[in-house]
Write a protein that binds this ligand. Structure first.
Ligand code: GDP
Length: 712
């Protein structure tokens, strides 16, 4: 709209060439004064472009947008209060990484930004080649190369600034990820803003929360004016601060800055080529190997394989202890509670149900410990960086990797936070494709199923099996994503930036805390949700009870049993008869026609139905289904022993079941989260159907293929 006035705020690090740029832009029409209330000099000038009147305001030169110095405060206050149409950030191309730190902070604030990539002549001379288009795409803001001293590129810069001012009327802040701890605190803080009127609105709540975590005195003052708000904020801020001190031996400012530099570092790697050897820091040296195209993936596979070896090796003995402990508890209940439904509820519903899940706590714990090492050291970010190249071909985004790892990409994890982690994806279609495929990862709830079946049928090659399952889950997730991106989610993938924060030596305390936090989540879930579903499943498996005459007939047979051996066998038969008669048993048998070609027994179907609610329930339900009626715990075989003796089971059917469990319907909690993140019930329902159908046909192919090969 010609005639409309446009205000440009000129910003930049000291010595970036800002003064030269200001002069080149405004020529002689300059004014000098002070910013209100402070002694910082304010210069402004006017220029016209194609009938637009453009005012250029020179901000003080700063390195950052914190509130540490008068200059920074003035610059920030001006932006927030006067709301210029666009910020032109003069960046020294020869010191790009350091200079982009300020640019990223403007982007976090949300003001429309154009970058003047100044001193490109100096950069070229030093052998630094910058791909301007790529830089612009990765940052998501226009970048214009300039040589301010000679006036080169200044016209284009002005045109770009005016155009950006017209195109982007709304402020839109860049939402970086600052690592799991800070991100979580940010979410909690921003939630607290709802309903509170901040003096600085309409600033994004997330920015204010970020500044609070960075210990920004100005923002703290503002927030303190609302007593209701500050009362919520301070404890949260303190909690995060203590947590980071404990786990990373750093404060929030340090961690946040690291991630900003990580973001910039990721961009730098992609957009800049240096011909002359530059200083190589330790992180860079390590990365030369670990993110190398050839060595990187090999190292990654070796790390994964090592983890699985370690986890099974370390957890074998404690898992055995827990198994004995729950056996002992069952024995106590057996002896102490009179015959009847209460006894059956306590033993089958509670001890077997919850015990089946808790029994795998050591395995889960060691897995989380290994993941904590990878995460705290910064290696996980490298994994994302490496896989990024592969993911692109499947229409996913570099940031999808994190969501997948959170969901159990290494094994052990949960799709609920995984679906949430997909928020860092700015491309809506890649985000949806990620949300719909992360439930295929091997979450902590599927691990007990694997551990049970691997222990029973593949005891000689436990780590190899889990390794294979990991590769299969990634393969399937990528395959499913590719199909989605070819069909319902067609479209280009937006460019992305991988964050590469520097390596850190993890602290033992940090590792223990991170391990414990997640393990405790698992235990808590077993004690609440899983307990509830387990009792519900028990009820479905116990009612309706056998009709009186049938029960009496069984009892008579038990009475007449000649030996103890025979009596136990008859008791077991009776239990199975009861199960078949129950609601769950009828469901399992009704599904038999569908699952027979997959090699599943009707009791497995019962467990799979329970697994729709939560996958942990699969093991516990199988435990109940295969042991109902077994009354003598002294002689009861463990579930894995029993499975190996069941006629319908073979390594092939166990493998097929693991594949099916891996892919089929996401659990209830994940579906609810998908609903929350996508805003409709359509996507969770789609996910339910899509995943189950893929699982069915994959399992069918595996089982029937295996049989053809003579493996059944
Ligand atoms: P300020 O501190 O950011 O205001 O930077 P100045 O505008 O004072 O510039 C610092 C020095 O860099 C001066 O000597 C300028 O002449 C020089 N300079 C500014 N822009 C460029 C450029 O694009 N290329 C080169 N080679 N020198 C520049």
């Amino acid at each position: 709209m010609p005639g409309e006035k446009v205000t440009i705020a000129l910003a930049g690090n000291p010595n970036s060439g800002k003064t030269s740029m200001f002069n080149a832009l405004t020529g002689a029409r300059q004014h000098v004064g002070n910013y209100p209330g402070v002694t910082v000099e304010k210069k402004w000038g006017h220029v016209s472009l194609n009938g637009h009147e453009v005012e250029v305001v020179d901000l003080p030169g700063t390195y950052s947008l914190t509130a540490y110095s008068m200059e920074e405060l003035v610059a920030r206050d001006y932006l927030i209060k006067s709301k210029p149409d666009v910020v032109v950030d003069v960046v020294d191309a020869a010191n790009l990484e350091r200079n982009l730190y300020l640019a990223v902070q403007f982007m976090e604030l949300g003001v429309p930004v154009v970058i003047a990539l100044n001193m490109v002549d100096v950069a070229e001379n030093r052998g630094i080649h910058i791909d301007t288009d790529k830089l612009s795409r990765l940052l998501g803001v226009p970048v214009v190369p300039t040589v301010a001293r000679k006036g080169r590129g200044v016209k284009q810069l002005l045109g770009e600034a005016v155009e950006t001012a017209h195109r982007q009327k709304k402020w839109r802040s860049l939402e970086l990820s600052y690592g799991p701890d800070v991100d979580k605190a940010l979410l909690e803080l921003t939630a607290k803003f709802n309903g509170n009127s901040l003096a600085w609105s309409p600033l994004q709540a997330r920015w204010v929360a970020l500044k609070l975590l960075e210990n920004d005195a100005e923002v703290q003052k503002q927030v303190a004016q609302d007593p209701g708000l500050v009362q919520h904020m301070e404890p949260l801020r303190q909690k995060l601060s203590d947590h980071l001190k404990l786990t990373m031996d750093d404060d929030p400012e340090g961690v946040i800055a690291d991630y900003r530099y990580g973001f910039i570092g990721g961009i730098y790697r992609q957009a800049v080529q240096e011909t002359r050897a530059q200083r190589m820091e330790l992180s860079d040296k390590i990365d030369k190997v670990l993110t190398n195209r050839l060595l990187g993936p090999l190292a990654l596979l070796a790390v994964l394989y090592g983890i699985y070896q370690f986890v099974f090796w370390a957890s074998e003995i404690p898992v055995g202890w827990l198994e004995e402990m729950f056996g002992w508890l069952g024995g106590l209940a057996e002896a102490g509670i009179p015959e009847g439904f209460v006894k059956s509820l306590v033993i089958s519903g509670i001890i077997d149900g919850v015990g089946g899940v808790l029994g795998f706590v050591p395995l889960i714990m060691f897995m989380f410990f290994a993941i904590a090492i990878l995460e705290d050291s910064g290696y996980l970010a490298r994994v994302a960086y490496l896989l990024d190249r592969i993911l692109r071909h499947f229409g996913l985004h570099g940031n999808s990797v994190m969501a997948m790892i959170v969901s159990g990409g290494i094994s052990g994890g949960c799709a609920v936070p995984g679906v949430m982690a997909a928020r860092t994806l700015r491309d809506p279609k890649a985000r949806l494709a990620t949300i719909l495929t992360v439930p295929m990862m091997n979450c902590g709830a599927k691990l007990p199923v694997y551990a049970l079946l691997i222990g029973a049928f593949f005891a000689a090659s436990q780590a190899q099996m889990l390794f294979a399952l990991t590769l299969i889950s990634w393969g399937m997730a990528l395959f499913a994503a590719r199909i989605l991106r070819w069909t319902v989610l067609k479209g280009e993938t937006a460019p992305f930036v991988m964050e590469l924060p520097p390596y850190r030596l993890p602290t033992l305390r940090g590792l223990l805390i991170h391990t414990w936090e997640r393990t405790w989540q698992y235990i808590k879930k077993a004690g609440t949700v899983i307990l509830g579903i387990s009792i519900l499943m028990w009820a479905l498996m116990s009612f309706p009870a056998l009709p009186r005459d049938q029960a009496a007939a069984w009892d008579a047979k038990v009475e007449a049993a000649a030996t103890e051996e025979v009596r136990r066998e008859i008791e077991y038969q009776k239990g199975q008869d009861q199960l078949a008669y129950s609601v769950a048993g009828r469901m399992g048998r009704a599904l038999h026609y569908l699952t027979e070609p997959l090699g599943f027994d009707w009791r497995t179907n019962v467990a799979l139905v329970g697994g729709f609610a939560a996958k942990e329930v699969i093991v516990s339900t199988m435990g109940v289904a295969y042991s109902l009626g077994e009354v003598d715990p002294e002689h009861a075989a463990s579930l894995s022993q029993r499975l190996t003796r069941e006629p319908g089971w073979s390594p092939l059917s166990a493998f097929t079941l693991m594949i099916f469990v891996m892919i089929y319907a996401p659990c209830m909690a994940t579906l609810v989260m998908i609903r929350r993140e996508t805003g409709t019930w359509g996507w969770p329902l789609f996910s339910l159907a899509y995943n189950t159908i893929i699982a069915y046909f994959l399992a069918l192919a595996v089982f029937q293929g295996g049989r053809l090969l003579g493996l059944g």
